[in-house]
Design a protein around this ligand. Structure first.
Ligand code: SF4
Ligand code: SF4
Length: 199
């Protein structure tokens, strides 16, 4: 159970992260064993291991944590979660840190947050990712000359039927929109509760 101040908002950064993570993350139970970092396929690319991140969260080093590249290199393989002796939901916490990082606009080392937003745009409008649109939108915004480099590959994938040339909307889009709207509503309520959060 996390601590709160008098208005019910989480007291510390650790409490904020716990409150912003769905379900029971058990983050407060971390014993700093390092099994997660040792298991992580993205570890060599991360500027902090998950163990380090969790120590910094506990120490209230909010800005440093939200500037870390580690959550953006997490590929959601869940290997750390399977191996953690304390049943800490490492992957879920990584998603929480990504959301906090986007809201705080603190992570400016790469275009990953923008890529994530473009991906969400396609899911919200078509119910699935549209690889060609995702890549071309991202490249035009961040690396226009790079479009020519990947054009051949894109054409090859389209002609071989590996990716489609136009986006295809899923059936049941209205139902998905209702689910996404509800999720946004819950997120807004949670953000309001987590006063002093990353936003
Ligand atoms: S494996 Fe679990 S307990 Fe060990 S450092 Fe990672 S999160 Fe903490
Ligand atoms: S889920 Fe993320 S943090 Fe955990 S092992 Fe996989 S890449 Fe690393």
């Amino acid at each position: 159970m996390h601590q709160t101040v008098s208005n019910g908002a989480p007291k510390t950064f650790l409490d904020q992260v716990i409150a912003a993570t769905p379900g029971q993350s058990h983050l407060e139970m971390c014993i700093q064993c390092g099994t997660c970092g040792g298991s992580c396929p993205s570890g060599p690319d991360m500027d902090s291991t998950p163990r380090n991140l969790f120590a910094m969260i506990r120490a209230g080093m909010k800005e440093r944590v939200l500037r870390s590249n580690a959550p953006w290199f997490c590929v959601s393989c869940y290997y750390c979660m399977v191996r953690c002796p304390q049943d800490i939901h490492v992957t879920d916490v990584m998603y929480t840190l990504k959301r906090m990082s986007v809201k705080s606009k603190l992570y400016d080392e790469s275009t990953a947050p923008d890529f994530s937003k473009t991906f969400i745009f396609w899911v919200e409008n078509f119910g699935r990712s549209f690889e060609l649109g995702l890549m071309s939108q991202h490249m035009i915004r961040h690396n226009p000359f790079g479009v020519f480099k990947i054009a051949d590959m894109g054409v090859g994938m389209v002609t071989k039927g590996r990716i489609s040339f136009t986006p295809k909307r899923i059936k049941g889009m209205d139902s998905l929109r209702a689910i996404l709207d509800k999720a946004k509503e819950i997120e807004a309520e949670d953000d309001a509760k987590i006063m002093g959060g990353a936003g």
